[in-house]
Design a binder for this molecule. Structure first.
Ligand SMILES: *Cc1c(COP(=O)(O)O)cnc(C)c1O
Length: 398
């Protein structure tokens, strides 16, 4: 029996059955490549779902891990933690100021945002302004609150009753937002570019319009940048494309370059609604993860990876767009920076499987959308290589 088959049998026996895993066990990575237990190599355009922004085992990350492992892994938030403060300061200095709460995942970052918005509204208005306006086809996580905020029924099926206080409207629809926001609304929660929902980029007037609307109605604008943040879309944060200032931003995925860390950034006024005891996380922002995340952020900035992602992403998108003319079942290429997608008129999963067989890891985003979120360090040769494999698979399909 191969190593992989033995592992698959044990996984079926011992692991909760929550993932439709491919029959591959990845054991090692370097740069933009990973290797499986049988020694086969893959070009990684999945990047742990938009997590491995610096690729695998980046020397700066490895060094930060090594040094901090010998210094201090974890102490409680009952004490001051230097790398946590330094990371918070760096995030604030490169965003819109304010204050940061650290946690361990995207869902938790959104939980923190939802709790802060409710608490801020309670303090500010002393009324029942607790409703959060969310978008259809959004994705915000798998906890009860973030699953409720998520605008896709498949994620909440069987888990009812959902949390009260969430309302869903179509994404990229300003008039719908105008109608939905009322005297009960405390915040609007939106991904600047929808990720899991199919890599949907809104019209250019959408986020500025939403910002203006939220300001007029005195409602918080909360951006879920868990997937779009950390340089992914060609700016450090996606909201910079539209030159707006959100009240709250949530981060995770790329923030730790592979370590589990989440963060919620809130402007000074809103952040003031949290006081000692309001919210907490045992592991949140511990010395180990914040040291590594600071090394990741430093490298993203020093290597100008957002600019690089914009440039390589434009090249990649152009190559993807050529496929729409070539194959009738390729409907549209879209995205920003290195968060790109190809919408098909056929199921996407079999294409992903055939790319995997040929040594390319990619993702889906919904049933008929291929998603590409490679490490931000890729160059044109890697794009060409991915396009060659994808081309072979699509030719097969045709
Ligand atoms: C992945 C994702 C989340 C959830 O993050 P977890 O770390 O899996 O909890 C939330 N929002 C967006 C936009 C995401 O892409």
């Amino acid at each position: 029996m191969s190593v992989t088959h033995d592992l698959m049998a044990q996984a079926a026996r011992y692991l909760a059955n929550t993932y439709a895993r491919f029959p591959v066990a990845l054991v090692r990575g370097s740069g933009v490549r990973v290797w499986d237990a049988e020694g086969k190599t893959y070009l990684d355009f999945a990047a742990g779902i938009a997590v491995d922004v610096l690729g695998h085992c980046h020397p700066k990350v490895v060094e930060a891990i090594r040094a901090q492992a010998e210094t201090l892994l974890h102490v409680s938030n009952l004490y001051h933690i230097e790398p946590q403060v330094r990371l918070a300061r760096a995030l604030c200095e490169h965003s819109f100021g304010g204050k940061v709460f650290f946690c361990n995942s995207g869902a938790e970052a959104n939980e923190a945002a939802i709790k802060l918005a409710r608490r801020y509204a309670k303090a500010r208005w002393s009324s029942d302004r607790y409703e959060i306006v969310c978008m259809r086809d959004s994705f915000h996580g798998r906890t009860m609150a973030t699953m409720t905020a998520t605008g896709q029924a498949k994620y909440s099926q069987g888990f009812e009753p959902l949390l009260p206080g969430f309302k869903h409207i179509p994404f990229n629809d300003l008039p719908a937002a105008e109608r939905a926001i009322d005297s009960r609304t405390c915040a609007v929660l939106v991904e600047p570019i929808q990720g899991e929902g199919g890599v949907r980029v809104p019209d250019d007037d959408y986020l500025p319009g939403l910002r203006q609307l939220c300001s007029e109605r005195e409602v918080l604008l909360m951006l879920d940048e868990v997937q779009t943040g950390m340089g992914r879309t060609g700016r450090l944060f996606a909201y910079e494309h539209w030159d707006i200032q959100p009240d709250i931003v949530t981060l995770a995925k790329g923030l730790g370059g592979g370590l589990p860390i989440g963060a919620m950034l809130a402007n000074e006024t809103v952040a003031g609604a949290f006081v000692p005891g309001s919210h907490a996380s045992t592991f949140g922002g511990n010395p180990f993860v914040t040291t590594v995340a600071l090394a990741v952020l430093t490298e993203i900035l020093d290597a100008r990876l957002p600019e690089h992602a914009a440039k390589i992403g434009a090249y990649f998108l152009e190559r993807l767009q050529q496929l729409t003319a070539q194959y009738p079942f390729v409907k549209e290429a879209r995205g920003k920076g290195l968060m790109l997608a190809l919408e098909l008129t056929v199921p996407a999963r079999p294409i992903v499987e055939r790319c995997l067989e040929r040594g390319l890891l990619i993702l889906v985003a919904g049933d008929q959308v291929l998603r590409f979120v490679p490490p931000l360090i890729i160059g044109e040769p890697e794009v060409d290589e991915a396009m060659r494999i994808l081309g072979l698979v699509l030719a097969e399909q045709a």
